[in-house]
Write a new protein. Structure first.
Length: 240
């Protein structure tokens, strides 16, 4: 199953133009089965969504799972989840994350017929102390939930490695993870976007989607991975 994380930067491209249609085209290039988007709504006012939901469905084959309480909004603190097919079961939890800036995360438990798994989608803050608090808040939530294959993905705004990283608290659960530079899109240097998995072996084939259109559509490149639920589910049953 192909999954992706993509900060669409409110559809503002590296040329300064706001072009939601380019984001839709990038999603059509990737053809993910699940994608977590960040910065999908206007920041102020009515927090209206920036994407044409029907165009996303028509051109990229993706359905938006509603997160916003605003009638025309897409996300929860800018986080949205899109899927290629309607899940047989869907349970959602929205979390307010601590920090100086308003931030949030979505916890979704879904089953497309291959077994249940969990998606945690988040956008962390710009300050290191906020990211540490946000990472700990997500771990606390994860620890209270029943065991299930889990992917944690989003723009986690961290580029440092190992002990200097605000995300080092994830390592005991999600293990050491591959860092792939995704920002800035024209010449990626920093691994701000992450896709992590539990248990070990759930995530494979992690890479950025680096095409001419993706370089222009947003200041982040999409991060794409494959998840394999079968061995993960077996590993959890063995532990249980």
């Amino acid at each position: 199953m192909k999954v992706a994380s993509y900060n669409i930067h409110k559809c503002r491209g590296t040329d300064g133009r706001v072009r939601p249609d380019r984001i839709v085209e990038v999603l059509a290039e990737i053809r993910p089965e699940i994608v977590a988007l960040q910065e999908v709504d206007h920041r102020f006012g009515k927090r209206m969504g920036l994407l044409d939901v029907e165009a996303v469905k028509r051109e990229a084959g993706l359905i938006m799972l509603a997160q916003s309480d605003a009638p025309d909004g897409h996300g929860w603190h800018g986080n949205a989840l899109l899927v290629a097919r309607e899940p047989k079961t869907y349970r959602r939890l929205r979390i307010q994350l601590p920090g100086v800036e308003p931030r949030g995360a979505i916890v979704a438990e879904v089953d497309f017929g291959d077994g249940p798994f969990r998606i945690i989608a988040a956008h962390f803050g710009l300050l290191r102390r906020s990211r540490i608090s946000q990472a700990n808040a997500l771990l606390a939530t994860f620890s209270r939930l029943h065991p299930m294959p889990t992917i944690l993905l989003g723009d986690l705004n961290e580029w440092r490695r190992r002990r200097r990283s605000s995300l080092s608290v994830f390592e005991p659960i999600f293990g050491e993870h591959k860092l792939v530079a995704s920002f800035p899109s024209r010449r990626p240097i920093f691994p701000l976007d992450r896709i992590l998995g539990w248990p070990h072996g759930l995530i494979t084939d992690l890479a950025v989607h680096n095409t001419p259109l993706a370089k222009k559509a947003s200041d982040h490149l999409p991060l794409v991975a494959t998840i394999n639920l079968t061995p993960a589910s077996v590993a959890i049953r063995q532990v249980a």
